[in-house]
Design a protein around this ligand. Structure first.
Ligand SMILES: NC(=O)c1ccc[n+]([C@@H]2O[C@H](COP(=O)([O-])OP(=O)(O)OC[C@H]3O[C@@H](n4cnc5c(N)ncnc54)[C@H](OP(=O)(O)O)[C@@H]3O)[C@@H](O)[C@H]2O)c1
Length: 376
């Protein structure tokens, strides 16, 4: 059997580590390229185990180059792109975090036949650019986000649903008294009730910025207007998404809250080769709740700007900046939304035509966000 050649961007992150676990189980893939940011000690272990032909790090890790002479190393963000060009893999998993992920997604489309997309910021910041480029080149974009993977699976072999919906757990503060949310601490916010994920996405779950980004992601992936992408809270995170049909039928995508399942599906699609235990059907409780926008104003704001690329870029950039300050203890939890709102309000409506224009709006928005932090 010929092994499929796989590259993973962000192999030291939550998505990257779980992708390697899946690859270890599936055994249909050869990891040909790995990249990390700065976690060199974990990266070293991954290099020892998977022995990729190519590797890239954001900083220059000279000692790794010396220790692994069989691997060809690249450095910096340009280096990650060069790694993809050298490896020409069959599939790329983009598990980088942040808007920077767009440049790797665009490069993955030039160098590979399938992009397994975890980096939702790629679609939030460059949705139209990315989708058009993938269509032109005949490259598949398979979503890794569990909600979008669910919708993607529900849409196969059926009429187009009238509406779709994605769910949210509600994050760590879903039952906090409204008036206390503003002051919630980092420790409280990081206690996610159902999913185990990276730091930023866990904080973004508590603000529901994450769900806002996902509504925008669904808009570009599935070509629905914002009003036809519904959102509900599912407390146990067993319902990931649903498709609502004109004949009154609603199909649900149900499964364990385990990212390895959608990661594996994005790799093996159109078949299922990954094994994972089922939910015990006699403990299956399915219920959805309306979302209270007073508790999650960031989701409402995301809905208002869906389809306006410059504001989407600003929304994400301001959140990235604000979350960093919140992690450092420099701002309050409630300030995260305040900063995003003010930045989004100040950025003009525009549609960037290429990555450089996206970057320009991203940089401008980050500067505005930094200023908002000072002026709080
Ligand atoms: N975690 C989840 O369960 C989950 C679920 C659905 C979607 N997603 C999405 O998947 C993406 C990754 O999330 P995550 O939780 O895995 O994040 P994470 O744990 O923070 O990992 C991010 C990875 O990207 C690397 N990285 C950081 N900055 C980079 C840069 N400028 N260029 C290249 N690589 C960089 C990091 O390297 P170092 O750590 O070595 O510095 C790390 O390997 C996000 O867009 C997130 O929204 C995540």
């Amino acid at each position: 059997m010929t092994l499929k050649r796989l590259a993973i961007i962000g192999s030291t992150g939550s998505i990257g580590r779980q992708t390697l676990e899946v690859v270890n189980d599936l055994r249909d893939y050869k990891v040909v390229a790995l990249s990390c940011g700065h976690n060199f000690s974990l990266f070293r272990k991954q290099l020892m185990k998977f022995k990729p032909d190519y590797a890239a790090t954001l900083g220059d890790a000279v000692y790794l180059r010396e220790e692994f002479p069989e691997t060809i190393f690249f450095f910096g963000a340009d280096g990650i792109e060069e790694m993809l060009e050298a490896a020409m893999p069959d599939a790329v998993v983009n598990g980088a975090s942040g808007a920077v992920g767009l440049r790797y997604s665009l490069k993955a489309i030039e160098t590979s036949k399938r992009l397994c997309l975890a980096n939702k910021e790629s679609l939030v910041c460059g949705g139209k650019l990315l989708i058009e480029k993938a269509v032109q080149r005949g490259v598949e974009i398979i979503p890794v986000d569990s909600e979008h993977s669910g919708i993607f699976q529900l849409m196969i072999g059926d009429s187009r649903p009238e509406k779709i919906f994605i769910t949210a757990s509600g994050g760590a503060l879903r039952d906090y008294p409204l008036e206390q949310i503003e002051e919630a601490t980092l420790e409280e916010v990081l206690k996610h009730p159902t999913w185990s994920m990276g730091k930023r996405i866990t904080i973004d779950s508590a603000t529901m910025v994450n769900k806002g980004l996902e509504v925008i992601e669904a808009h570009y992936l599935f070509n629905y207007e914002e009003k036809d992408i519904l959102t509900y809270i599912c407390r146990n995170s067993l319902i990931h998404g649903g498709a609502i049909y004109r004949d009154g039928v609603i199909k649900l995508h149900v499964g364990e809250a385990d990212m390895k399942i959608p990661i594996a599906y994005s790799l093996s699609y159109p078949v299922r080769t990954y094994s994972s235990p089922h939910i015990k059907l006699d403990r299956l409780t399915l219920s959805l709740e309306e979302i209270d926008y007073r508790r999650y104003p960031a989701l409402k704001l995301a809905r208002e700007i869906t389809g306006v690329p410059s504001k989407q870029i600003a929304y994400n950039a301001a959140d990235e900046v604000a979350v960093k300050y919140f992690e450092k203890g420099a701002i309050k939890f409630g300030d995260i939304f305040r900063i995003i709102y003010r930045v989004v309000e100040k950025v003009f409506e525009a549609s960037p035509h290429n990555f450089d224009e996206v970057l320009e709006i991203d940089r401008f928005s980050r500067k505005l966000a930094e200023r908002e932090v000072i002026e709080l």
